[in-house]
Design a protein. Sequence first.
Length: 881
Amino acid sequence: MAAQPKTILLKDYRPSAYLIEEVALTVDLFEDRARVCSRLVCCRNIQAAADSPLVLQGRKLVLKGIVLDGLALGPEQYLLDDETLTIPAVPERFVLEIETELYPQNNTSLDGLYRSSSNFCTQCEAEGFRKITYFLDRPDVLARYEVTISAEQERYPVLLANGNRVEAGELPQGRHYARWQDPYPKPSYLFAMVAGNLVKIADTFVTRSGRPVALEIYVQSHNRDKCAHAMDSLKKAMAWDEETFGLEYDLDQYMIVAVDDFNMGAMENKGLNVFNSKYVLARPDTATDGDYEGIEAVIAHEYFHNWTGNRVTCRDWFQLSLKEGLTVFRDQQFTGDQISPAVKRIHDVRLLRNVQFPEDNGPMAHPVRPDSFMEINNFYTVTIYEKGAEIIRMLHTLLGQELFRQGLALYLTRHDGHAATTDDFVQAMGEVSGRDLAQFKRWYTQAGTPQLKVQGEYDFQARTYTLRLEQSTPPTAGQPEKEPLHIPVALGLLDGQGREMELTCPERQGEAARGLFELRNPQETIRFNGVGEKPRLSILRNFSAPLKVAYDCDEEELLFLFRYDRDPFNRWEAGQCLASRLLLGLVEDFRHNRPLVLDQRFVEACGRLLGEEAMGDKAFLALLLTLPSEEYLAEQMEVVAVEAIHASRLFARQTLSRSLRPLWEQVYQANRATGPYRYEPALAGQRALRNLCLTYLVTLEDEAAVQLALAQFAKSDNMTDQMAAFAALAHSARPERHQVIADFYQQWQGDPLVLDKWLAVQATAPLPETLAEVQALMDHPAFQLKNPNKVRALIGSFAAGNPLCFHEMSGKGYSFLAEQILVLDPLNPQIAARLAARLGRGARYDATRRTLMRGQLERIVANKSLSRDVYEVVSKSLGKV
Ligand code: B3K
Ligand code: ZN
C-alpha cells in the first residue's frame, strides 16, 4: 500500500459525467497474456459541464494505444496513474478505442480475468472490470455489449460470454472465435466471459408465456455426473419466481459455469453465471444434505438476481443491499417452500445470531446501507446480506404477501433497465401500501443490533395483561446516538392448556387482530383486556425483527412454550433460551469450581421430545434437540469465557447423552434408511435426526457408541451419513480418530470438494493437538493456499469454527492466523481480509487475549505493502480509523 487508502463517502456520490452506450470488446487469449481491444460509444451526461474530463478506471493494465474518433492519442493527450486514465477534453459524443494487455495467468486475486484449472474466467463484481480494460467501472453506467473472444481451439473449445452467441468460426494457427451479444444494457460488474475445455449439460425450461429457454451447465468432464441436482434446482427456481412474483426469464439461454477457484459462492453475470464448483456439483456419495440444500439455494439466489440486481441494479455500491438483501430474502422464501418454512427460518436466524450479531457488535459494524468504505469487497458481509434480508422480511411482514408482491412489481417496472437506491425500493413499498415508511428507513442507516426489553404484568382483578416494551440500539463506531426504529412485533398469548388466547386491545384493534404490533416509540405499553388467566407470552414470533429480546420470564414459562407454542420458531426459541440460561449458569459454576448439574426438567423435556419422535417433522425435532452454539453463548457474555463455555456445553451434551441413552439408541435405530439415498426434505430430516442421535451417543466416547459410528462410517451409501460419523469420530479423543482420518483421505483423495470437508473436520476438532495438525496440513497435497475453498476449509474453519483452539491462551492460534494473512495478502487480498476480521474481536475477550490479538493486528499493520482490503479491516480493528 503506497499511501493510506482513501475513504469513499456516500455523500460524495455524483452521477457520471459521461455515459457509455455501446461496448464492443475483443479479447484474444494466449498462454502468456491476453489482449483486449475495446470500442466504446460514449456521450456526455446531460447534467455534466462541457469541460468535464473523461476519467476511466483501470488497474494493473498495460496500455497499448488509445484512439479517439479515429485519431491516435499521444501520451501528452491523456494522464495515466495506477488507478485512472484521464482524457482532459472530449467532445459531447465520441468513439473511444483502447487496447490493453494483461496477464491472467498471474492473477491470483481471482478478480478480473484469471485462470482456474487451466480455463479462463472472469469475476467483475464489484470492480474487476477495470482489471480487464479502462472503463467507467461503476454500476450506474449501463451499456450494451458485444464481445468477441478468440483462443486456441484445442485447449479452449468452449468460448462463452453474456447474452446470445451470434457468430463463431475458425481462425488461422489453430485458433477460433465466438461473438456474443447481450441485448440488455448492463453495468460492467455483470460482464462475464469463459474460455475452456468444458462439457455441457443441457436442458430446457418453457416459461409460462411459452418461450423455451436453453439451460446449460458447463463443468470439467470428470464432473459430468454431478450436475443433475443443480439443473433441477434451476428449473425449480425459475418456476417458483413465475408463480410467486410473476417474474419470467428474459433471454433464450441461461448458462452456469462451475470453477474450482472462486472467492465467493457464485456470481449472477447476465445470462452467464459463474459458480464456485461447491455450489454446483453433487452426487449422493460426495455431497451432504446440507450441500444439496446449499446448491439449491445459491442456484436460486443467482437466478433471482436476474430481476433483483440485473434488470434493476444498484446506483452505487452503498446500495449493495438493494440487490443482495432483497435477493437473499427471495432465496430464503424459496428454500422455505422447498423444505419447511420453520426449519429454514431457524437456519437463517442461527446464521444471523452466530455471525451477523457479532459483526454488528464489533469493529467492522456498519449499517445495511453504509455511508463510507475503503474497499467495497470488504462490504459483502452478513450485515449487507442477512440483516439486509431481515429488513426486506419486515416489509413483507408489515405489508403481507399480496401488497409486497405489488410493491416489488412497481419497483421493478419503474426502474427496469436502470440503477436504483434502497430509498427507491422503500418508496415503492410505501406507495402500494399507503404506509409512511420514513421511520422504517432507519433500519438501513443505523448499525448495531437493537434490543427489546419486555415486561409483562397480569392483573387478576382487572383481567388485564400489560406489556411494557422498551427499545434501544447500542452505539457503534461513528454513531453514538440512535433513534427509535419502526419494529414489527408478532406475538401471542397462550392459556394454561397451550391454546391461543384471543387478543383484545381496544386501542390497537387492527394490530391485535393480526397479532402484529408496530412499535415506533422508545417505550410502549400494550394493554390486553378480558384476559381470564395469567397468560404465557410468546413474543417476536417467527423472529419478526432482527433484534435481541430481553424478557425476564421464569424457566417454567420457557418449558411450557418449548412444549406448546403454536409458532414453531418460538417453540424452538424457548428451548434455546432455556438451554442458554442453563449453560450460562454452568459456565459460572465451572469458573467457580462448583460441581456441574444439568437441570432435570430440561433433560426430561428432551426425553419427551425423543419419545414423541415418530410424530413430528424430524428436521425440526433435530433443531429442537440441538444446544445453542458456543458462538451464540459467547455473544451473550460480557467477557467471553472460552474454556468454560466449551466445558459446559460438552458437559450438557454428555449429560443428555447419558441420561437419555436408550432413547437416542432407539430413535437412531427407528430412523434407519429404508432405501437408497435421495435428497428429499423428509428423508433429509430423518437423516438429520438419526445423525444427531449418533453425535450425542459418541460424546460419551465409549466402546459401543464408537463401534456404531465406525460401522456407519464404513457402510454409508451417502456423504451425509458418512460425514456425520466421520466428524463425530474425528472430534473425539479416541485413538480410532486417526484411522478414520486416514481412511477418509484414502477414499476421497481424488475429489477436491470432499477433501475440503476432510480439512474442515480436522481444523474444528476441539483437541489440544489441533493447531499442530492444521499446521502440518498446510503442507499436505490436499491443501493449496491459492484456492479459496481450501483456505476457508482449513484456516477459516480453524479461526471461525474452533473457538477453543483458536483462542487458546498462549496466543499460538492468533499468531498462526496472522502469519497466514501476511502470506495470503499479496496473493488474494479479499480472502486475506476475511480472515483478518477474526482477529478484530479482541474487545469481547479477557485482557490477556485482547493484548495478544492486538499484538497480531499490529504485526500485520506494520507491513508497508498491505492491500487496501486488509488495511481497512486491521486498522478499523485497531481503532485507528
Ligand atoms: N454478487 C455476488 C458477489 C460478488 C462478490 C464480489 N466480491 C454473489 C451474490 O451475492 O450473488
Ligand atoms: Zn447475491
